[in-house]
Design a protein around this ligand. Sequence first.
Ligand code: ADP
Ligand code: MG
Length: 229
Amino acid sequence: IEQSAYHNDKLAMLGKISAAIAHEIRNPLTSIRGFIQLLLPELKKLGREEYGRIILSEIDRANEIIYEFLNSSKPSAPDKRQVSMAELLREVTLLFQSEALMKGCQIELLPVSETLMVDVDAKQIKQVFLNIVKNAVEVLGEREGGIQGRVRVQAERRDDGIWVSFEDNGKGMDAKTLSRLFDPFFTTKLEGTGLGLSVSYRIIKNHGGAIHVESEVGVGTTFRVQLPL
Ligand code: ADP
Ligand code: MG
């Protein structure tokens, strides 16, 4: 997937705007949230407690989006340290284990050499892996035909870098979706932000790596992250 100038400009702009907006919107949201909470007993008396709950959950959703914006505007220089790839992947897969189980799906982490170390900003790379696994788990629920959903994660060292792959047997993507995958705000989900992959793309670029994607409708998708040695 080629990175276009358009993509770069949009991301840089997104960073500036999001940081500014986040601060201006977060504070009023916090006070709205507080007052609604104080009003809950009154709403209950009116038999309208449900309205309060909806307002609270919508505020939480707005906050989540702001959080993702902020994440995407973080300083780009990675704070690199030596970290264990096996440990990083264990942490990430563990986070989604219960969600996958609830959907009757499986997250499979193939054995990763305990000596495989990477020189990365662990927080940023963890964010990338989380974004990719999250997307995979989200599409697994949509699998038809009684096939068990599965995400297979593996990592290995090759001559040209450390490769981490995430292979799902979810619904896959058509060519049009594939071509826009890394565009900021591109989403096919009702409640998506379309930021996960654009942010991941930038983080990996900043690490001198690359993201490769293969997908086939009805078969599944594989994301391959390449990190320099
Ligand atoms: P969001 O998850 O908020 O939609 P992302 O940037 O994480 O934003 O993903 C963008 C889009 O890429 C998704 O809406 C989806 O259409 C597509 N996508 C990403 N990962 C997968 C996957 N594993 N299988 C199918 N489609 C995917
Ligand atoms: Mg996502």
